[in-house]
Design a protein around this ligand. Structure first.
Ligand code: 5GP
Length: 201
């Protein structure tokens, strides 16, 4: 059986990665979203095991020592990481997996998983992104300032990615990511073979 595709989705804070990802999962039913581990406290409505696995800083550091993470990073003062075992298990069973992670994590994955496909989601304009960050209203002004600064810095990293997708509408952005997945799955270099001609796995 062919291994699943490992997708990375990044983009600046407030670009709408979560919304695009949720919509993408409804149009690509075979795709699974990786649940990261974080030391950030849950926001209202967030459920343990669904959005994240929430943990303490000391437990997270233990997991780093045990080499449990395929990648990890500190974002806005909190630890975030992707567990190595979970990713391996899913990919080996042919499951496609999407990681919604930051630029630092994306770099680490690209070094370790050469055929991972990385996608950078950008806003239609700078003004729209700033409005979204300010308007979200879930954080105090210091955190908003931090997020605006991080977002501006994160935008500069787009050139490290394989694909750039503009989040004009959620449907169009998710549709384009769906097409990228379809195209990647047709790559001969991934082991696709003509059916019925021998050589197919
Ligand atoms: P939030 O706290 O708003 O859910 O996420 C903050 C940032 O952390 C986002 O840019 C998100 O993509 C990133 N992030 C979430 N999970 C992970 C992870 O496992 N690893 C890395 N490197 N970044 C993550």
């Amino acid at each position: 059986m062919a291994e699943g595709i490992l997708l990375i989705l990044s983009g600046p804070s407030g670009v709408g990665k979560g919304t695009v990802c949720r919509y993408l999962l409804t149009i690509k039913e075979a795709l699974k979203l990786s649940v990261s581990t974080t030391t950030r406290p849950p926001r209202t409505g967030e459920v343990e095991g669904k959005e994240y696995n929430f943990t303490t800083t000391s437990h997270f550091k233990d997991m780093i020592k045990q080499d449990s993470f395929l990648e990890w990073a500190i974002v806005h003062d909190y630890y975030y990481g992707t567990r190595r075992e979970k990713v391996r298990e899913l990919l080996l069973t042919g499951q496609d997996l999407i990681l919604e992670i930051d630029v630092q994590g994306a770099k680490q994955i690209k070094e370790k998983v050469s055929d991972a496909v990385s996608i950078f989601l950008v806003p239609p304009s700078r003004e729209i992104l700033e409005q979204r960050i300010i308007g979200r209203g879930t954080e105090d002004s210091e955190r908003i300032r931090q997020r605006l600064e991080t977002a501006r810095r994160e935008m500069d990293a787009y050139y490290l990615y394989d694909y750039l997708v503009i989040n004009d509408t959620v449907e169009a952005a998710a549709g384009l990511i769906g097409s990228i997945i379809d195209a990647e799955k047709s790559k001969v270099s991934r082991g696709v073979r003509p059916p019925g001609w021998g050589g197919e796995n």
